[in-house]
Write a protein that binds this ligand. Structure first.
Ligand code: GTP
Ligand code: MG
Length: 347
């Protein structure tokens, strides 16, 4: 999973990047893209690894991308935009950091955030128009097939974008989704709004978020969270308690992003490795197999599924089997969050 961090100049994007990854971020004012991988802590995975005596655990990871502010380009806007676009190309979602740590900052911040989203729409419109004129030329030369369908779809996109509607508001069929995959549409990426509040407002953070009028705003104080990220793991709970923070930014942002993307976690385990995997909610056992390995999907026979809650009270797999807690499932089984999956396959 890859998540981009965007927002007005000086809103705290790089500070948030540091909180989320524990890494050094881009210096303020620099047109630079910095990437960093955050490991996720996963207690369920630890428990599963213990159960199987796995030698190694592999949690899911998130790659965060610290982007420069769009408006910092000045005269060299085009080249600036190119860097910005390239940096966000592969992201699955965006965090929009809205500054609210200084008095009166929030209105202007929210306005700039909207401007940035307009910029996304303009970027997308530019790509759509470019592609449409190429398609026109090809159609005139007599090229047929797929291109016609793509043209129609892009006309729909153009229509929305010209009406300042982000592409995320359009419903694409899976086939249409595939057709547009090569485009990196910025306005099609889901956005999680982050309200970067002052330390002294931490106690009223939820009220501030509600009163801000910003949709689903997640309040946090990036400056304080950066301090938390620098602490040794064992000192974090006491610090959070002292500051009156219920959940660290790292955990909160991750959970909200995964919710927004409708992701669940399933697990695989053996004596060599216990591993967590991301899966779109509502996916089948066959699709889960494909996430692990294409061979498993191709040669899928069945899945043996253990629900995480059944695993906790027992000591061994024999005990689980005796209780009937190992469920044999076919391709169409809808995977639940926390399922431990063993795929039987034949290629
Ligand atoms: N008081 C306070 N200051 C903050 C907070 N977060 C960021 N700042 C300050 O705001 C300034 C900009 O922070 P950055 O994290 O570099 O912001 P940025 O959005 O990455 O900046 P650009 O990349 O230049 O757009 C720094 O001086 C930070 O110390 C915060 O939560 N509270
Ligand atoms: Mg920065």
């Amino acid at each position: 999973m890859q998540v981009g961090i965007v927002g007005p100049q000086g809103s705290g994007k790089s500070t948030l990047f540091q909180c989320l990854t524990g890494l050094e971020a881009a210096a303020s004012g620099k047109v630079e893209i910095i990437r960093g991988i955050a490991q996720t802590r996963d207690e369920r995975l630890e428990l599963i690894a213990n159960f199987y005596n796995s030698r190694k655990t592999t949690p899911t990871t998130v790659e965060y991308v610290d982007a420069p502010p769009v408006e910092a380009g000045g005269l060299k806007r085009d080249s600036f935009r190119a860097i910005f676009l390239r940096g966000l190309e592969q992201t699955d979602a965006l965090l929009m950091v809205i500054p609210a740590f200084l008095p009166g900052q929030i209105e202007k911040g929210a306005e700039t955030a909207r401007d940035i989203q307009t910029e996304f729409i303009l970027c997308d419109l530019e790509s759509v128009e470019k592609r449409l004129s190429k398609i026109d030329r090809d159609l005139q030369r007599g090229v047929k097939g797929e291109i016609d369908r793509e043209g129609k779809l892009l006309m729909r996109c153009k229509d929305a974008l010209e009406n300042e509607k982000p592409l995320i508001e359009l419903d694409f069929s899976p086939a249409e989704d595939k057709l547009t995959r090569g485009f990196t549409f910025l306005s099609r990426k889901p956005i999680l709004n982050i309200l970067n509040i002052a330390e002294e407002n931490l106690a009223v953070s939820e009220d501030l978020a509600r009163e801000s009028g910003i949709e689903n705003a997640v309040p946090l104080c990036a400056a304080v969270e950066a301090e938390i990220a620098a602490l040794p793991d064992e000192d974090i709970p006491a610090f959070l308690l002292e500051m009156g923070i219920r959940q660290s930014a790292r955990e909160k942002v991750l959970a909200k992003t995964r919710d927004m993307l409708e992701l669940i976690t399933f697990y695989t385990a053996a004596d060599n490795e216990a591993r967590a995997w991301n899966l779109k909610r509502g996916s089948t056992a066959l699709q889960a197999a494909g996430v692990v390995h294409t061979d498993m999907e191709r040669g899928f026979i069945r899945a043996e599924v253990i629900h995480f809650d059944d695993l906790k009270p027992v000591d061994s797999i024999t005990e689980l089997r005796a209780q009937g807690a190992v469920h044999i499932q076919g391709k169409e089984y809808i995977v639940a969050d926390g399922d431990l999956m063993l795929f039987r396959f034949n290629v």
